[in-house]
Design a binder for this molecule. Structure first.
Ligand code: COA
Length: 204
């Protein structure tokens, strides 16, 4: 069973999202040592590959405990280009929150759209969630626009929601319900699924 989870991968026309591996550290370090990539996060930029290694080492236990489920976003030719994950899962109410980062060279290329198509296929069609939410800092216009153009609905502002160091930040909350996903642009992206999802993230 565990081997099948390690093999989980969703593949689209140019990208794959898959279970991260130790050897992804170099590529993730290279991309997230760019301060523009981590500007809106509570962490980063990476200053050593050890930080990427330590992050990767934490993932299997978080996934097994049903806390957080991060996947590597891999370009089929270029290799790992970022991370996309599902956090804050509430299995009873069938929802989770998506978060992503891509190396700067991939911004504006359509990679975000394909990545979100793969991740939403994972969330709705494979895991059985009924809602995928997303947060964006109130000043992060690019992320807000990127979410809206793939069908996420702006729902409001959560005040004092994210803590970054000693600052407390407001975020815009977005949501994509199953029916909106089905009617939106993402299911047009063809997706092939291999391996098995982690049991803690499967809605029963
Ligand atoms: C967030 C992220 C994944 C989005 O991917 P992307 O490839 O940049 O997004 P897209 O190109 O698909 O969409 C961005 C949209 O914002 C628009 N945009 C870009 N800069 C903008 C700005 N300063 N203000 C408003 N809109 C902006 C783009 O024109 C585009 O809209 P359009 O396609 O209608 O023209 C990527 O930018 C990233 O990895 N950023 C760093 C990590 C991060 O901040 N993650 C999100 C945390 S909430």
């Amino acid at each position: 069973m565990l081997a099948a989870v390690d093999d989980l991968a969703l593949t689209g026309p140019s990208l794959r999202v898959r279970i991260p591996r130790e050897e992804d550290a170099a590529a993730l370090f290279a991309a997230a040592s760019d301060p523009e990539v981590t500007r809106w996060f509570s962490w980063g930029p990476y200053t050593s590959q050890d930080e990427a290694r330590a992050y990767l080492a934490r993932l299997p236990a978080q996934r097994a405990r049903g806390e957080h489920f991060d996947l590597v976003v891999e370009h089929l030719q270029a290799g790992p280009i970022g991370i996309s994950g599902l956090g804050e899962p509430v299995m009873r109410d069938r929802h989770a929150v998506i978060g992503s980062w891509l190396g700067r060279a991939w911004w504006g290329t359509g990679a975000n759209r394909e990545c979100k198509a793969l991740m939403c296929h994972l969330a709705f069609a494979v895991l059985g969630f009924d809602r995928v939410g997303a947060y964006a800092n109130v000043e992060h216009a690019r992320s807000q626009r990127a979410l809206e153009r793939i069908g996420f609905e702006r729902e409001g502002v959560l005040r004092g929601y994210h803590r970054h160091g000693d600052r407390t930040l407001d975020v815009v909350v977005f949501g994509l319900l199953r029916a909106q996903w089905e009617a939106g642009p993402l299911p047009a992206v063809p997706v092939t699924v291999a391996g098995e999802p982690p049991p803690a993230f499967v809605v029963t």
